[in-house]
Design a protein around this ligand. Sequence first.
Ligand SMILES: CC(=O)SCCNC(=O)CCNC(=O)[C@H](O)C(C)(C)COP(=O)(O)OP(=O)(O)OC[C@H]1O[C@@H](n2cnc3c(N)ncnc32)[C@H](O)[C@@H]1OP(=O)(O)O
Ligand SMILES: N[C@@H](CCO)C(=O)O
Length: 336
Amino acid sequence: MNRGDVHERQVVKFERPPPLDGGLELKRLQIGYRTWGRLNRAGNNAVLVCPALTGSADVDEWWSGLLGPGKALDPEREFIVCADVLGGCGLTSGPPLDGSGEAFPSVTVRAMVDAQRLLLDHLGVNTLRLVIGGSLGGMQALEWAVSHPERVDAAAVIAAPARQTAWARAFNHVQRRALELDDSLDLARMVAMISYRHWDNLNPRFDASDPEDPTGGWLDHHGRALTERFDRNAYLRLAEAMDNHDIGPGRGDTVSALRATEVPTLLVGITTDLLYPPAELETIAAEMPDAELATLDAPHGHDAFLIKQDALNRLVTDFRCRRKLPYRLSCCQGVR
Ligand SMILES: CC(=O)SCCNC(=O)CCNC(=O)[C@H](O)C(C)(C)COP(=O)(O)OP(=O)(O)OC[C@H]1O[C@@H](n2cnc3c(N)ncnc32)[C@H](O)[C@@H]1OP(=O)(O)O
Ligand SMILES: N[C@@H](CCO)C(=O)O
């Protein structure tokens, strides 16, 4: 069943799974996931896509610019897998699904990777041709490259750090305070939205002298929209996971962990990213033995990885073609 062209959401349940990172013991682990394309007999043509904070397994909804025939994630040639994130509010174990709400245990990025590994084992995936993600998804992709290099042919880390930064923590702190005052996700999302954008995105779009305040209206819109589609406790758990993200512990330190990771890795920095500026990605690239740095030139800020999809698709495709990774596309011709 896992070897066909399955597109709809599926669920796998692990009774008494092994403890996940951080001593996370769940009586039952459920993972909701989607796949595109077919897994080959050797189990070595898979690509794992890791979602960002409020993302889901529905890659076709939020990364359609990268998913499709001839694109960076090509289901005609590869088996694309994406799961709802552990601790979130999809069909993978998390506060709402588990029913434990606030009592759902802390989750780390490494635990997210542990859960994804169980899923890949279940599907018969041996090695990944690529693991890719932006923001929280980029943290997961980097953690994969560091913790399971033997299973990863290449990684693409977009707009994410190797270790959470004080600056990004500051935004999460204010969001937690907002959630203490009011259970609704409105205010937290509005704060987050400011960190996801840039003045080059908002200034040309909204007239600051307009008495109807389109900037405020836009923020209100996003606050309301998240409240309708997301869960407060899941949000808190995922923000906590981002705040605790560090590939270093247990591996010397962050720099030692990067230096020991030989997986070919593409690091994409977004020119206007105020949350994880390009300098973060440059630092990672400087330490990894086989890293390539690329720049996504966009006025949108951090969220450009969701908005400038054609340009991102080109960066990822070019990386894969240039590295002659086990990947053949007509668009590879001419890439050196
Ligand atoms: C990566 C993952 O894993 S998935 C998570 C990605 N998805 C999300 O984050 C969902 C939330 N959406 C967004 O953040 C953004 O819409 C993006 C990143 C997907 C796209 O960004 P942009 O193209 O800049 O869109 P923008 O931020 O303007 O949002 C458009 C929405 O704002 C509304 N809007 C724009 N201006 C205003 C305004 N002045 N007042 C009120 N509403 C406004 C639009 O009507 C539109 O509403 P809709 O989404 O309900 O159709
Ligand atoms: N805006 C995206 C990315 C945040 O890093 C999200 O809501 O998941």
